[in-house]
Structures are given as C-alpha cells and as structure tokens.
Design a binder for this molecule. Structure first.
Ligand SMILES: Nc1ncnc2c1ncn2[C@@H]1O[C@H](COP(=O)(O)OP(=O)(O)OP(=O)(O)O)[C@@H](O)[C@H]1O
Ligand SMILES: Cc1cn([C@H]2C[C@H](O)[C@@H](COP(=O)(O)O)O2)c(=O)[nH]c1=O
Length: 220
C-alpha cells in the first residue's frame, strides 16, 4: 500500500510518518518512509532546497514550481518502486497532493482547480507516478503548526527558522483551503482526515499514528 501523509507546514507529517511505520513494524508488517522533496537524493530536490533556502530567485510561476517538485518525484520513481517491492506499506511524508495544494494556493483563485488537475495529469499520466492508495490529511490549526515549525531541528537546506513558504501566513491559510477542497472532492483517490488537536491540546504522536493505522486498515 502507498500511503501519503499530507498537510500544511509543521502539521506533524514527518513525526506521524515515522510513528506509523514503527507501529506497523511492531505489528509484524514491513513499512518504510519516503519524504518529498528528496533534497539530498535528486537534482530536482537539490534545486528546490536552494529555492526554499532563498538562494535562488522566486520561481516565475506555480506551474514552473510544480514541474520541479514533480521532477523530484520522477527522479525517485526507482526508489518508490523499490520501496513498494520490499515493504507491505510505503509511507510518503508529502506526495502529489502537496504539489496540488501549494501551487494552487499561489495561483489566481479562478485557475486553482484547473492547476490541481493539470498537476495530477503531469505527475500520474505523463510521469507515470503511482496514485496513493490512501491520502491522509493531518488537520493541524495554523497557530499550533507555526509553533511546531519553530520546534524543528535545523534543516539541511536553510539556516533560517522559517523557509520561504513557512514564513507566508496567507499562503499557509490558502494551502489548508486547498487540502480541504481535495478531501471534499476525493481528488487523487481516497482521503482520511486526522485531527491532531483535540479540545485545544496536541495529541501525542502515538495516538495520531494509531488513528492513521486504523485508516490504513480500513482502506486495505
Ligand atoms: N503530535 C506531536 N506532539 C508533539 N510534538 C510534535 C508532534 N508532532 C510533531 N511534533 C514536533 O513538531 C516539530 C515539527 O514536526 P514535523 O517535522 O513532524 O512536521 P512536518 O509537518 O513534517 O513539518 P514540515 O512540513 O514543515 O517539514 C518537530 O520538532 C516534532 O518533534
Ligand atoms: C513535496 C512538495 C512540497 N511542496 C512544498 C511544501 C513545503 O512548503 C516545501 C518543502 O516541504 P518540507 O516538508 O518543508 O520539506 O515544499 C510543494 O509545493 N510541492 C510538493 O510536491
């Protein structure tokens, strides 16, 4: 199974992905995590790191940015196939829905739906990337997500506490709206929404991961 963990910056995706894989392994299944962008493994990922770290000029259009993110995944097609051949479950920390949400959030509102569908055709039909069996939307309120970003360890591609996307509150709000639209429409297949905050308190990673494993079992 291919399971994509999705959400805005600082939603807790990397933490949840690692914990989901650990819980699956503890239950006797094999699982691995692939994180996109693959900053250190692909040419596309390296260029994206330079961009997000502010060392390259702003990418001219959301479509141009979408192509770079899609190229990072196309360069990773072998790694994806290898992971799928050797594990019961491959957990993606971001996948195609991230490209749709972030690029559509930077497009004129009138063109955002068309851009999301264009990205789907590019990545799936033209680049031949596999559709996930399950997309998981980690629903983390913006204020909590920003606090979690600031807790993160130093990233490979930037010395700044917030990268170019993370520093833009308006972008983060529009990204969340785009994810909500994808969940409602079932774009890219099946979605599960997992709230990370209950009664104002952040749930522990093991509880969030258990909810995701439950969704994986229901989708299998
Ligand atoms: N449920 C949680 N409870 C407590 N701390 C958490 C939880 N989830 C994540 N964190 C912490 O918040 C920080 C950000 O988490 P993480 O890296 O998983 O987010 P992310 O969504 O992958 O971020 P990004 O998309 O910006 O890379 C990390 O320091 C992590 O340890
Ligand atoms: C995979 C992917 C990512 N993005 C955006 C989302 C983030 O703001 C940055 C980097 O991601 P990270 O989780 O902080 O490392 O890139 C995107 O726009 N399109 C994508 O496909």
């Amino acid at each position: 199974m291919l399971v994509a963990i999705e959400g805005g910056d600082g939603a807790g995706k990397a933490t949840a992905a690692a914990e989901v894989a650990a819980q699956l392994v503890a239950a006797g299944r094999s699982a691995t995590v692939l994180s996109f962008p693959r900053y250190a493994e692909t040419l596309g990922g390296h260029v994206l790191g330079e961009y997000l770290g502010g060392r390259l000029p702003h990418i001219a259009s959301p479509r141009a940015a979408a192509v770079l993110y899609a190229l990072d995944r196309m360069e990773s097609a072998g790694a994806i196939a290898n992971a799928a051949a050797n594990h019961d479950v491959v957990v993606f920390d971001r996948y195609i829905a991230s490209n749709m949400a972030y690029q559509a959030a930077q497009e004129d509102p009138g063109g955002s739906d068309a851009l999301m569908r264009w990205i789907g055709r590019l990545e799936i039909d033209q680049f031949g990337l596999p559709l996930p069996d399950l997309n998981v939307y980690l629903d983390t309120p913006a204020d909590i997500a920003r606090g979690l970003i600031l807790r993160k360890r130093k990233r490979s591609y930037t010395d700044d506490p917030l990268d170019a996307y993370e520093a833009d509150d308006g972008l983060q709000r529009r990204v969340r709206e785009r994810y909500e639209a994808m969940v409602a429409e079932g774009l890219l297949g099946h979605w599960a929404r997992v709230p990370t905050v209950v009664d104002g308190a952040l749930r522990p990673p093991r509880e969030i991961a258990a909810a995701i494993v439950g969704a994986i079992d229901r989708a299998a």
